[in-house]
Design a protein around this ligand. Sequence first.
Ligand SMILES: NC(=O)c1ccc[n+]([C@@H]2O[C@H](COP(=O)([O-])OP(=O)(O)OC[C@H]3O[C@@H](n4cnc5c(N)ncnc54)[C@H](OP(=O)(O)O)[C@@H]3O)[C@@H](O)[C@H]2O)c1
Length: 293
Amino acid sequence: MNVLVTGATGFVGNSLVPALVSAGHTVTAMTRDASSYDPPDGVSVTECDLLSPETLEDSFQSVDVAYYLVHSLQTGEAFARRDREAAQNFVRAASKAGIERVIYLGGLGETGGELSEHLRSRREVESILDSNEYELTTLRAAIIIGRGSTSFTMIRQLAERLPVMVTPKWVRTECQPIALQDAIAYLVGVLDVPETADETFEIGGPDVLTYQQMLNQTASHLGTDPLIIPVPVLSPALSVYWVDLVTTVPQSVAHPLIYGLKNSVVVTDDRIRDLVPITLTPFDQAIEDALSE
Ligand SMILES: NC(=O)c1ccc[n+]([C@@H]2O[C@H](COP(=O)([O-])OP(=O)(O)OC[C@H]3O[C@@H](n4cnc5c(N)ncnc54)[C@H](OP(=O)(O)O)[C@@H]3O)[C@@H](O)[C@H]2O)c1
């Protein structure tokens, strides 16, 4: 198949592109800056910006399937507006070119008014992508564990650098992280399973953990032993400040992610396991792999 990967240079896209090539697909990688991207052998590159629709025309020619792996968190406060516009421009270009299928990797989490701005925005992108002729497959994931994952970098650096953490209640929120290689296996796997077209699935690893357990298990791999003291009154705004002090994750990305920690992100519908059967990587193994890369 001819496959276009948007977000090809990102954390997920970087692993997805070679996996698609290995699976026998002809891949075109999209980036806003082709000069700073070194694609794997055989991969074509298209330079365009989803916020500039005039740059998109040619990229969608002869494409059968497109992956949507784009977000604008790094651009700061107006990220939700940018993500809305990027998705709308993508839909227009994909529809005009008549592509058959789109695969979107979005965010897991309970629905309702309590969703953080970041998770709400991921859902909004999902519904924009869904309003069209092509068949959309959405995979919703919580934290993806791998080297280069922003969320995992925050956990690793906190576990590594802070001997004592006084944290809000969110350390007891439940999360179902997934190893990068398992997320990639699902993303590639759905291409060969027609029943996954026009469907939304939740993907997660085999373990459900609180953020406190994730911090503790990561610390034990790193040989540190942080003391975590959850208190009911500390506002998320305060944890934002100490995450800024301790980690290297840019504020524009870290802040929306921290405000999302109040939302439980656990798989409630695991139909994907029958359709794309893979052996899931335990959290402990996923951390070990991410730290040893
Ligand atoms: N990382 C996780 O733990 C995680 C968890 C759950 C779901 N997801 C989902 O997985 C997807 C990919 O996440 P990621 O962590 O791989 O993201 P990332 O590393 O931050 O990469 C974002 C990508 O978006 C591209 N991009 C941004 N603005 C663009 C624009 N205006 N036009 C074209 N491309 C643009 C960037 O490409 P250039 O800079 O090269 O143009 C970059 O490749 C997202 O939908 C995210 O919600 C990620």
